[in-house]
Design a protein around this ligand. Structure first.
Ligand SMILES: NC(=O)c1ccc[n+]([C@@H]2O[C@H](COP(=O)([O-])OP(=O)(O)OC[C@H]3O[C@@H](n4cnc5c(N)ncnc54)[C@H](OP(=O)(O)O)[C@@H]3O)[C@@H](O)[C@H]2O)c1
Length: 287
């Protein structure tokens, strides 16, 4: 089965590329092969590859920078997924697309379910919500997997930032009033491979829809940092819990980013491991 994967050099893309996916012919595309802000380049890539499955692991993910680059952010996160979905529908291919907890405003006190209305707080969240709508509007066979707080052994992420800052500073002030589920790119890649194998074949019917797909359990950024340092042998900085108000950023973040995975588990019959287990697995790669 031929699987076209965008975002080759991103956290999730790299993990997909690194899997020993026997029987899957992965065609990995990075920015050099296809600039997703260029609609014609997207159509050319898909038509020349003719895949049975498209996994869109590319996205404009610079949440704060997005406040100043709205058009580029929307081109990559809203228009491009819609074009990929149209091209997938033309081919009868399955499109797997990722979205985010940032489509919500975080005001709910319970975990978010898929039927909760979206209400993004910033440009990035609005662009991802528009991308979800564009994928759904194209019809065809598609899965939108909303995930959260993605990190990996490589790339730009909270885990690597914490490990770097611990080398530089004796104490770290970390936000403790935002809750979410840190989800490793490796776990996302493993789950994606499973879904691709289950639903990839053109003859296979797929329960198209939006699904929440995060690690089990939840914590705060400060709790995540505490777990990182508890599991590492390096410098142990003093962690000082702070409020979001004490760490102003150009884009607002949801206070509650916890997503319910029940719909995913009912539909697909499996769940991602709890976040502490995913963290241990990623740290084992780094150490
Ligand atoms: N990171 C998170 O915390 C998080 C949370 C929730 C959901 N998600 C979603 O999960 C998915 C995967 O995220 P990730 O963390 O793996 O992202 P990532 O590490 O930032 O990787 C994104 C990739 O997209 C590529 N890209 C950006 N603009 C492009 C363009 N115009 N043309 C072609 N490629 C472009 C980047 O290319 P370059 O390498 O060349 O820059 C990068 O390789 C995304 O849909 C994201 O929205 C992420």
């Amino acid at each position: 089965m031929r699987v076209l994967v965008t975002g080759r050099d991103g956290q999730v893309g790299r993990e997909i590329a690194g899997r020993q996916a026997a029987g899957l012919e992965l065609v990995m595309a990075g920015r050099a092969e296809c600039d997703l802000s260029q609609p014609e380049a997207i159509r050319r890539l898909v038509r020349s590859t003719a895949p049975e499955v498209i996994v869109n692991a590319a996205a404009y993910t610079a949440v704060d920078q997005a406040e100043k680059e709205r058009d580029l952010c929307f081109a990559v996160n809203a228009a491009a997924p819609g074009i990929l979905a149209e091209e997938a529908a033309r081919l009868g291919a399955l499109l797997v697309h990722y979205s985010t907890d940032y489509v919500f405003d975080g005001c709910k006190t319970e975990p978010y379910v898929e039927t909760d209305p979206v209400h993004p707080l910033g440009v990035y969240g609005r662009s991802k919500a528009a991308g979800e709508q564009a994928v759904a509007a194209a019809g065809g066979r598609w899965l939108v997997l909303r995930t959260s707080w993605v990190y990996a052994a490589q790339g730009k992420n909270f885990l690597r930032t914490m490990l770097r800052l611990a080398q530089e500073r004796p104490e770290l002030r970390v936000v403790d009033d935002q809750s979410g589920s840190p989800t490793s790119a490796a776990a996302i890649a493993a789950a994606t491979e499973r879904l691709v194998r289950q639903y990839g074949a053109r003859s296979c019917s797929v329960p198209s829809g939006i699904y929440h797909m995060t690690a089990g359990g939840s914590t705060t950024w400060c709790g995540f940092a505490r777990a990182i340092f508890a599991a590492t042998a390096g410098p142990q900085p003093l962690l000082i819990p702070i409020a979001t108000a004490d760490y102003p950023t150009p884009a607002k973040r949801p206070a509650n980013s916890v997503l319910s995975n029940q719909k995913f588990e009912r539909a697909f019959g499996f769940r991602l491991p709890p976040w502490p287990q995913q963290l241990a697995e990623v740290l084992a790669v780094i150490q």
